[in-house]
Write a protein that binds this ligand. Structure first.
Ligand code: GRF
Length: 217
């Protein structure tokens, strides 16, 4: 059984609460995936402590030590590939990746973004949803392509916006759901149920809607 477990490399820059959700899911009996490596571009990222506590190998590739994005990404690829992962997961990894990096992991590179994509690509998503007067917000797990926050969605958690919400209160409720949908999507991938076909996502042999599967919270 163990030889069929999907090996996952997780890239982080900060707190690593999504990493924690993945570590917790992978520790469940019969989990179809295990985290083989955690890599941070920031030495101070708390996620590194989470990896150590879970007994997972971690490393730091500090982008400030490289003259350009290309060299940093090549070092990142070398470090990731040393554990020969089946899947690479971006979990709060705050670096824009080169097309070469994205192509190298095409179809096996996932990200989580705190909005209902295609709405609010980029930063400050919670405040932008509030400023727009939206009634709902959420998070999206998607395949990564060369378009920033633009790859095919897999699953979205839809979170109602409440009267009096601030960017912080909304972010907290959205994060609770991130910790549900990220392990879910990684599990589907590990079970070989999830594929990227051109610009679409296929789950269990069916093309998903353009927004991915939606879960209302
Ligand atoms: C999450 O909100 C995720 O949506 C975004 O970055 C944040 C990372 O948080 N991509 P954490 O480091 O997993 O706690």
């Amino acid at each position: 059984m163990s030889q069929s477990v999907c090996k996952v490399a997780v890239l982080i820059s900060g707190s690593g609460s999504n990493l924690q959700a993945l570590l917790d899911a992978s520790a469940q009996a019969g989990a179809p995936f295990s985290v083989c490596s955690v890599i941070s571009n920031k030495p101070e990222a708390y996620g590194l402590t989470r990896a150590a506590e879970a007994g997972v190998t971690s490393s730091i590739i500090d982008h400030r030590e490289f003259p350009n994005r290309e060299d940093f990404d090549q070092a990142l690829i070398a470090e990731i590939d040393s554990c020969q992962p089946d899947l690479v997961v971006l979990a709060g990894f705050m670096r824009i990746l080169t097309p070469e990096f994205v192509r190298h992991y095409s179809g096996r590179l996932l990200n989580i973004h705190p909005s209902l994509l295609p709405k609010y690509q980029g930063l400050h998503t919670h405040q932008r949803a509030l400023d727009a007067g939206d009634s709902e917000h959420g998070a999206t797990v998607h395949f990564v392509t060369e378009e920033l926050d633009g790859g095919p969605p897999i699953v979205q958690a839809v979170v109602p916006i409440k009267k009096g919400d601030t960017a912080d209160s909304l972010a907290k409720r959205v994060q609770v759901q991130e910790h549900v949908i990220y392990p879910m999507a990684v599990t589907w991938f590990a079970e070989k149920r999830l594929h990227m076909l051109d610009d679409r996502t296929q789950l269990d042999g069916e093309l998903l809607p353009r927004n991915g599967t939606r879960i209302h919270c």
